[in-house]
Ligand binder design. Structure first.
Ligand code: IPE
Ligand code: IPE
Ligand code: MG
Length: 243
């Protein structure tokens, strides 16, 4: 598979809305949470394949600010699953030289989940091959609101002039301050919406929707998405002839 991809056109930043766990479970006659559990296998596949082909940034939408409104049992199970997966995957991250990062309002996570997350982030901080970012308790509007407040505060305190508010400065005040814009955004499960994910960062991302439910997502599906991406012409507002 790797050989069929164009080496110098590997997306630098892939973001995935991992959707369809609940429907996958329902189809098998299982509880929704069984879908989340199964989804961890797809996470490992996506992480390993991305690292293998040289993607520098992989960002996974794992839990949205709106997901707090789900039934208590489901939220609790998702948080437990986060802790157990982090424990289990640490050796894989180390072996593949992957740095873990996270974006979102982490203060709202249960203490145990936040502690485990911080531990893995700290233990992998020197890894350089790829950055894996988990979006947890993440909502793009919340992120933008926070950015506006932080910048406004600096303007109010005369630390910043209005004409210093540039795209780059806005970037610096987002959770994603140290990441490049998204090149390829993938959503599984057939839904074709953004659901409050990285609104600023996907301004010029290529969007790819696939019908596969997240627990069934395999390396082949990620390959298909990247193969499709490589055939597209990204014009960024210019004409074909100018490129
Ligand atoms: C995605 O799968 C995982 C999370 C949002 C945490 P869903 O749980 O949304 O699955 P569906 O969309 O209900 O099938
Ligand atoms: C988006 O999926 C959030 C994650 C994948 C973590 P949802 O299933 O929550 O999105 P909606 O509600 O269908 O838009
Ligand atoms: Mg869903």
């Amino acid at each position: 598979m790797k050989k069929q991809l164009i080496e110098n056109k590997i997306p630098e930043h892939i973001a995935i809305i991992m959707d369809g766990n609940g429907r996958w479970a329902k189809k098998q006659g299982l509880l929704r949470v069984a879908g989340h559990e199964k989804g961890t296998i797809a996470v490992r596949e996506a992480v390993e394949f991305s690292a293998e082909i040289g993607v520098k940034n992989l960002t996974l939408f794992a839990f949205s600010t709106e997901n707090w409104n789900r039934p208590k049992f489901e939220v609790k199970t998702l948080m437990k699953l986060l802790v157990s997966s982090l424990k289990k995957e640490l050796p894989t991250l180390q072996k593949n030289n992957i740095r873990l990062n996270s974006v979102g309002n982490l203060s709202t996570l249960p203490d145990k989940a936040r502690a485990e997350l911080e531990e893995v982030i700290q233990k992998t901080q020197a890894n350089t091959h790829m950055t894996l970012t988990l979006a947890l308790s993440y909502g793009s509007r919340e992120e933008i609101k926070r950015m506006v407040r932080r910048i406004s505060e600096k303007v109010k305190n005369n630390q910043l002039k209005l004409d210093e508010i540039t795209d780059a400065l806005i970037n610096q005040h987002l959770y994603t301050f140290d990441m490049p814009d998204v090149d390829l955004l993938i959503r599984t499960s057939g839904e074709q919406r953004i659901s409050n994910f990285l609104l600023w960062q996907i301004a010029y991302a290529e969007l790819y929707f696939c019908d596969v439910l997240w627990p069934d997502f395999r390396k082949e599906h990620l390959f298909d998405a990247i193969y499709n991406y490589q055939k597209r012409e990204r014009r960024f507002g210019k004409t074909s002839e100018q490129l």
